[in-house]
Design a protein around this ligand. Structure first.
Ligand code: HEC
Ligand code: HEC
Length: 375
């Protein structure tokens, strides 16, 4: 097997602060060979296993062409798992899988039903209904720039796009396939997939490779090049005066504290915080606690990115806030009081009407990408 050239060198050193920890993660070298592996971790509830598949067909003539993963303007290179280097064949296959309703039990829904490109890679609603007709309990996050996250889902229970990918397919309340084996058999009977998998992977069609192809495609859904990026690169006219005032407020660690949690360039620290969203309910979604069982994690959710945030309304893990103006009112009030409220959220902000409007202008005008990925 040959992989002509691999790309996406790990350059996490460009990321600031907490991201430095990621330096410790393995990088891919340009000349490294890819090895098919069936060893995806399976330690979390929605992470799914590649179950023992029948001995896969091997494509002895397998040749992969490297995919030049270009980091968007303003963002550093993203991390690619060494056991799943990017190739054109995998990305193309992953795209086909992502938009294919055949991956759901009744062939009614694809990943894109909930992560629709024309709705900011989300579904534009507070929640989503899966094949069972049951309404999900969490807002659909955008997959835009998910390539940058080492923790996925609102509670961070999946550690990579590879370990996340089969989760929704096998979730009875999402795409509802009864088992990984059933998914494999469905694709084995398909008139195109067996061949496409042999083109993309030396060991052809396996559940692990379904996850790898989906992950590779999703890593291409990245966007930067917003007026904010051009402003920090020196174009002082890239932001209107109102957006510039909003940016200064956003960066103010003492007054608004936005930047403490929504840190550039990704506009998230991928840490978890409790803003009190939904905590007034009788049986609130306890977020990160449901995964870690650590008392102090109750009501903690992953900090979402602010990039292209104008496209992803309604907001918060429960879709309970309809507009960015209302999000500003929510922060101005200091969130919703509860015993685990993050310390950065304590106290009212007392922002003026103009300051709230400037912050919204910064998010809408400043953080909307001019290079949105097309499917
Ligand atoms: C029925 C709607 C639905 C379908 C279909 C669906 N998803 Fe999702 N997706 C969600 C919801 C809801 C979440 C958040 C769940 C949570 O945090 O507990 C999510 C989360 C994610 C995330 C994590 C994003 C982040 O920022 O943490 C990724 C990546 C993702 N989905 C990819 C996929 C892929 C790939 C498919 C197809 C195999 C898919 N989804 C199918 C609703 C859906
Ligand atoms: C203590 C950390 C923290 C601070 C400070 C903070 N945020 Fe957030 N932000 C979060 C978390 C966590 C969420 C998701 C909360 C949830 O759904 O329960 C969020 C959600 C949002 C959302 C909704 C995004 C979406 O996709 O649903 C917006 C918009 C937002 N924040 C803007 C801001 C602005 C503007 C400021 C400054 C005024 C700010 N944030 C300050 C942590 C923080």
């Amino acid at each position: 097997m040959t992989v002509k050239q691999l790309c996406c060198q790990c350059s996490m050193h460009k990321l600031r602060g907490l991201y430095l920890i990621l330096l410790l993660l393995p990088c891919i070298s340009c000349a490294e060979e890819s090895r098919p592996s069936d060893s995806l971790s399976t330690s979390t509830t929605e992470e799914t296993t590649a179950t023992a598949a029948p001995a896969p067909e091997i494509n002895a003539a397998y040749v992969a062409t490297s995919f030049e993963c270009k980091a968007p303007v303003g963002l550093p290179d993203y991390y690619v798992r060494p056991d799943n280097p990017m190739t054109h064949e995998k990305v193309d296959l992953g795209r086909k899988l992502f938009f294919d309703p055949d991956l759901s039990v009744d062939r009614s829904m694809s990943c894109a039903t909930c992560h629709a490109p024309d709705k900011g890679w989300t579904n534009g609603a507070a929640f989503a209904k899966g094949v069972s007709g049951k309404m999900g309990r969490r807002n659909v996050p955008s997959i835009l720039n998910a390539a940058y996250y080492q923790s996925l889902f609102w509670d961070g229970r999946a550690g990579s796009l590879e370990t996340q990918a089969l989760g929704p397919i096998l979730n009875p309340d999402e795409m509802g396939m009864p088992s990984a084996q059933a998914l494999l058999e469905r694709l084995q009977q398909h008139r195109e997939y067996p061949e496409l998998f042999l083109i993309a992977f030396e060991d052809g069609l396996t559940t692990t490779n379904i996850a790898k192809a989906l992950a590779s495609y999703q890593r291409t859904i990245v966007a930067g090049n917003s007026p904010y990026d051009r402003f920090v690169a020196g174009d002082k006219n890239a932001l209107s005066p109102s957006a510039q005032r909003g940016l200064n407020l956003f960066l103010d660690r003492r007054k608004t504290k936005c930047i403490i949690c929504h840190e550039p360039p990704t506009f998230t620290t991928i840490f978890y915080h409790n803003l009190g969203v939904g905590m007034e309910e009788e049986h609130p979604d306890l977020g990160r606690y449901e995964f870690t069982k650590i008392e102090s994690n109750k009501g903690f959710f992953k900090v979402p990115t602010m990039r292209d945030v104008v496209d992803t309304a309604p907001y918060m893990h429960d879709g309970s806030i309809a507009t960015l103006e209302e999000v500003m009112e929510f922060y101005d009030r200091g969130g919703i009081p509860n015993p685990h409220l993050s310390k950065e959220m304590r106290g009212r902000l007392n922002l003026t009407k103009q300051e709230k409007a400037d912050l919204v202008t910064f998010m809408v005008e400043g953080l909307t990408s001019d290079d949105k990925p097309t499917p």
